[in-house]
Design a protein around this ligand. Structure first.
Ligand code: GLN
Length: 539
């Protein structure tokens, strides 16, 4: 099965965490600016089937796709930079490849042959890649290989990609190797040796890079690029430098200045229209606003690693650009005691999603503070559940809780969803992916969206317990969004509060730099208002 798409394979060298995902997404954005239809695949060479069961401290946030797959956070970059919705199949893991091959073996599909890495695993990898290419009808498929060249785990993938290049032909596949070029202060110079070594390592797999993108702290000069071109045997104009920038959204502009688009278009012989990067430039400019600075506190359990809340952080940036302000995020550890001293300077509070009891009491304290001091509060998934619990407690339902944290609570205002009660396996069994949500007339939610029905992505097992719907409403809680059949509560808010809104879904997965999410926008408008009122009060 040969595909109609062309491929750009992106590998990494020297060290991890150099922004390979952002670099590939930026190449995609540049091609999009020429009118090329692009999709992306992220290969994660770990044995987990998906990233759903991974601790956020290991790999950052779990990004949920429309079709309900729990994937690597790089898919979030791709969706945001390319402005497309990706299928969960776009995240290929060693776990998915091997389990599929073993399934076939059990069914007897290999007709007595000995099942091996080459050809069975490598064929499976190529099939998965081509399937996405064919289903998406994209002209170009970016294939980012996670990890660093030389890792044992990625070898079967590199071998499969080497074969893919031969099968699809030289004009249809190119390889971009992203490396790191350190600057040694003591020697006063950049060092290219690690890049030379990792390129050599890549070549030893039979893959020859067409382009080397050098990440560095400071800008590199032309003689240094020439040296890399010479030692790594890559054309001079294909040695690209991306020094550290203030905002990840600037990376497409940097790559564009380095003429990456032209090189790629010539190398894989793409037919394109004229380039138009204007909209992206506008987005980047808007993101640099800083006339009004507001302080938003995010109260979570994994705050030491911002990547654990990547999509929320990015959604706040998009919404800030839309409102014309700058958001300073203060990361607050929910496991420590939350008191007035810690949060009274904040203009608003956001409680993100999460699992497990650690940090719950801090989150509940933050909800109480918001209720008692009229501070805007946005609760996402577990955040909304905490809002409901604390609201219930303050309204006479003492010790109300979620059965996730206290199965013996007298008032289980948050409880396991019916369909979850029989489930035994942890992986991939939550309520996952996109579901419609209908909005109630006259609510903040409806005003913000401006639509009667929206569709948002979910990842949870618990829900607002319908047995408490009536009593909570009597106490003043407004149910502003429900599932299609009105059975599940999707959004709650309060009337006598400047902005108190919780949603059971994760709006952060749908925000884009050019299309800020309406709920985040509404939240930041309330944040700005609170900021202005506080400043007037202090003057
Ligand atoms: N732990 C809660 C649940 O499973 C919330 C999940 C989340 O915040 N993503 O319902």
């Amino acid at each position: 099965m040969i595909s109609l798409s062309k491929y750009i394979v992106v590998t990494g060298g020297v060290v991890s965490s150099i922004g390979k995902g952002i670099t590939s997404a930026s190449i995609g954005r540049i091609l999009r600016s020429y009118g090329v239809d692009v999709t992306a695949i992220k290969i994660d060479p770990y044995l987990n089937w998906d990233s759903g069961t991974l601790n956020p401290y290991q790999h950052g946030e779990v990004f949920v796709t429309e079709d309900g797959m729990e994937t690597d956070l790089d898919l979030g970059h791709y969706e945001r930079f390319l402005d497309v919705n990706l299928s969960g199949k776009s995240n290929i893991t060693t776990g998915k490849v091997y389990s599929s091959v073993i399934d076939h073996e059990r069914k007897g599909d290999y007709l007595g042959s000995c099942v091996q890495i080459i050809p069975h695993i490598t064929n499976k990898i190529k099939d998965m890649i081509r399937k996405i290419a064919n289903e998406s009808h994209a002209e170009v498929v970016l294939v980012e290989v996670g990890g660093t060249v030389g890792d044992i785990e990625s070898q079967p993938f590199l071998e499969a990609l080497r074969q893919l290049r031969n099968e699809e032909g030289h004009d249809n596949v190119m390889v971009v190797h992203v490396t790191y070029v350190p600057y040694l202060k003591a020697a006063g110079e950049f060092k290219t040796k690690p890049t030379q070594h990792s390129t050599k390592e890549l070549r030893s797999t039979g893959i020859i890079p067409d382009m080397i993108i050098c990440r560095s702290e400071l800008p590199m000069d032309q003689p240094l690029k020439n040296k890399i071109s010479h030692f790594c045997d890559v054309e001079r104009e294909a040695v690209i430098n991306t020094p550290d920038v203030h905002s990840i959204y600037e990376v497409p502009l940097i790559l564009n200045q380095e003429h990456v688009g032209e090189y790629v278009i010539n190398r894989i012989k793409l037919e394109t229209g004229k380039q138009d990067l204007e909209e992206w430039k506008k987005v980047v400019n808007a993101l640099q606003q800083d006339e009004y600075q507001v302080n938003v506190g995010i109260i979570g359990k994994y705050v030491e690693l911002e990547d654990a809340y990547m999509s929320i952080r990015e959604s706040l940036k998009h919404a800030a650009a839309h409102v014309g302000i700058k958001v300073n995020i203060e990361w607050i550890q929910a496991e420590n005691k939350i008191n007035e001293e810690k949060i009274s300077h904040l203009d608003s509070i956001l409680i993100p999603g999460g699992f497990g009891e650690r940090g719950i009491s801090g989150k509940l304290e933050a909800v109480r503070y918001s209720l008692q001091h009229q501070v805007p509060l946005f609760g996402i998934c577990l955040g909304m559940q905490c809002m409901v619990i604390e609201f219930a407690r303050l309204n006479g339902l003492d010790d109300a809780h979620s059965t996730e944290f206290n199965p013996e609570t007298p008032y289980p205002v948050i409880d396991l969803m019916e369909e979850q009660k029989k489930i035994k396996n942890i992986g991939g069994t939550m309520r996952l992916g996109s579901y419609p949500c209908q909005l109630k007339e006259g609510t903040m939610a409806k005003d913000a969206y401006g639509e009667k029905e929206v569709s948002e992505r979910h990842r949870h097992r618990y829900e607002l317990n319908n047995d408490y719907r009536e009593i909570l409403q009597e106490k003043g809680l407004i149910i502003s969004g429900t599932s299609h059949d009105d059975f599940l509560v999707e959004m709650v808010e309060l009337k006598d509060h400047p902005w108190f809104l919780g949603c059971q879904f994760h709006p952060e997965f749908k925000s884009r730099p050019n299309k800020a999410h309406p709920i985040f926008v509404s939240f930041l408008e309330a944040t700005l208002l609170n900021h202005k009122q506080k400043s007037m009060h202090n003057d």
